[in-house]
Design a protein around this ligand. Structure first.
Ligand code: NAD
Ligand code: UDX
Length: 471
């Protein structure tokens, strides 16, 4: 009997891990992940398991199913034609030009994928919207797919809620799986049942929610906006703390212990990053503006504005703390990824912090345990428009945190990597210029111990160290 065939278009941070989990949990299904990037596919197929993304547990998962019932391939047409179900997990970044630039999601890749499916498919397919898309995308995609009239397509919305750094845990044990479908179309309901059945292999049935397509598409944007809103709220409060002498961690704990609020996602920081939050809020803002809901649009837009303010505020603290000039001073950037346990730098707040410091003529020594040097240089080249030669004069990247701290005027923590908590700060203090400053953008360093060693320490939302002269 023919085995059930799944194809996924897009072998990125979502396509790779989600399909690996389905292949692992459903050995009776063949899963083929395709992409237009030869380099990505080669890396997913790398014999040594040198995968294109770093995610705890991913390598083990992929190696356990690869070439058993999980395949990575460049043969898009073949995979589409063979598939019973096609997930589309291509990237949907914010549009950079044209109508809706800076707000709307760019659906070019999504539409190209739909057109490819329409051109190739000759047998009925279930098409699953895995990418995060604006509300009513499924409807638009349906018209592209059905225009050829060659076969029948059922379209489902199945947004992904995994977070990077915990993707495997999130996929293994999701809070919920959301499937949106056109409930008036019996074929779509049948397709929905097939997808419910796949997830039921490991997700309890009461955590698999089924809704109409539009609720599903909108829920994804709203979930990310709510999470980001919590971060912007606590970051806004961190500024009040610094102005009053309250301590942000004490406040977050006292507030979060109210069960209606909850303690998670109240960690003050240099601002949220990542490829999703800002893009999805802006997409929601664009939707509201298009609907004439100006107050609602403005409400959500402020989440992003506050995030920008937090990054800017952090850099001002560094410059003012270092006697109002960082020109020619060596500053150590600890962490470049947008959060710990990932090598992803998309929209990382570290990029903006570095851009501003470079603009002030600082000399940066950067250390991140998982981000490639080429990625850091590419991100900084892109945001500063400095050519590689100029960049090399101002930026050095180190594979060892102690070397990165040598002769530095200040440590600046941008990512909350656990290893930073365990550094030998006595050794680092000895290597640094004096006074030795530490600006902890994640509040993870041992502040009291560092102060006792002689460091002048700034923590987000923490009572200000008198020696910083910032009040
Ligand atoms: P990504 O950039 O890591 O991966 C997308 C992949 O799609 C790339 O490898 C790209 O080469 C490929 N691609 C683009 N156009 C293609 C085409 N026409 N044919 C074949 N392949 C094509 O993106 P991602 O982070 O995996 O995000 C994918 C989607 O999932 C986005 O809509 C995103 O908003 C959403 N999402 C992401 C996350 C996350 O944590 N990254 C979480 C939930 C949802
Ligand atoms: C997010 C959503 O959590 C996930 O459900 C969705 O599918 C994709 O977008 P991700 O961006 O991978 O996931 O990571 P997340 O843990 O949400 O962190 C986003 C940013 O917010 C990071 O820069 C993180 O450091 C920051 N953050 C998070 C804080 O600053 N404080 C917090 O309390 C939590």
């Amino acid at each position: 009997m023919k085995r059930y065939q799944i194809c996924c278009i897009g072998a990125g941070y979502v396509g790779g891990p989600t399909m690996s989990m389905i292949a692992y949990q459903c050995p009776h299904i063949d899963v083929t992940v395709v992409d237009i990037s030869q380099a990505r596919i080669d890396s997913w197929n790398s014999p040594s398991g040198d995968l294109p993304i770093y995610e705890p547990g991913l390598r083990e998962l992929v190696l356990s199913v690869r070439d058993r019932n999980l395949f990575f391939s460049m043969e898009l047409d073949e995979a589409i034609e063979n598939a019973d179900m096609i997930f589309v997990a291509v990237n949907t970044p914010t549009k950079m030009s044209g109508l809706g630039a800076g707000r709307a999601a760019d659906l070019t890749r999504w539409e190209l994928s739909a057109r490819r499916i329409a051109a190739v498919a000759t047998t009925p397919k279930i098409v699953v919207e895995k990418s995060t898309v604006p509300i009513r995308t499924a409807e638009a995609i349906a018209s592209v797919l059905t225009a050829s009239g060659r076969t029948h397509f059922s379209i489902l919305s199945n947004p992904e809620f995994l977070a990077e750094g915990t993707a495997i845990q999130d996929l293994q044990n999701p809070d919920r799986v959301l499937i949106g479908t056109n409930t008036e179309d019996p074929c779509s309901v049948e397709a929905m049942n097939v997808l419910v059945d796949i997830y039921s292999h490991w997700v309890p049935r009461n955590r698999i929610l089924t809704t109409n397509v539009w609720s599903s598409e909108l829920s994804k944007l709203v979930a990310n906006s709510c999470l980001a809103q919590r971060v912007s709220t606590i970051n806004a409060v961190s500024e009040i703390c610094e102005a009053t002498g309250a301590d942000i961690d004490e406040v977050a704990n006292a507030v979060g212990l109210d069960k209606r609020i909850g303690v998670k996602f109240l960690k003050a920081s240099i601002g949220f990053g990542g490829s999703c939050f800002q893009k999805d809020i802006l997409s929601l803002v664009y939707l509201c503006e298009s609907l004439g809901l100006d107050e609602v649009a403005e409400y959500f837009y402020w989440i992003v504005k506050l995030n920008d303010h937090q990054k800017e505020r952090f850099v001002f603290r560094i410059i003012h703390g270092l006697f109002n000039t960082v020109t020619g001073k060596r500053i150590t950037i600890l962490g470049f990824a947008f959060k710990k346990d990932t090598g992803d730098t998309r929209e990382s707040s570290a990029i903006e912090v570095c851009r501003r410091l470079l603009h002030e003529n600082a000399i940066l020594s950067i250390y991140d345990p998982k981000v490639q040097s080429s990625q850091i240089l590419s991100d900084l080249g892109h945001c500063t428009r400095l050519d590689p030669l100029e960049l090399n004069q101002h930026v050095s990247i180190y594979a060892d945190p102690y070397e990165a701290c040598n002769q530095s005027h200040a440590l600046v923590v941008c990512t909350e990597w656990d290893l930073f908590k365990e550094l030998d700060f006595e050794r680092i203090y000895c290597q640094m210029e004096k006074p030795a400053f530490a600006f902890d953008g994640r509040n993870i360093l041992p502040h009291e111990r560092m102060k006792s060693l002689g460091f002048v320490v700034y923590g987000i939302g923490k009572p200000l160290d008198k020696r910083l002269n910032l009040v």
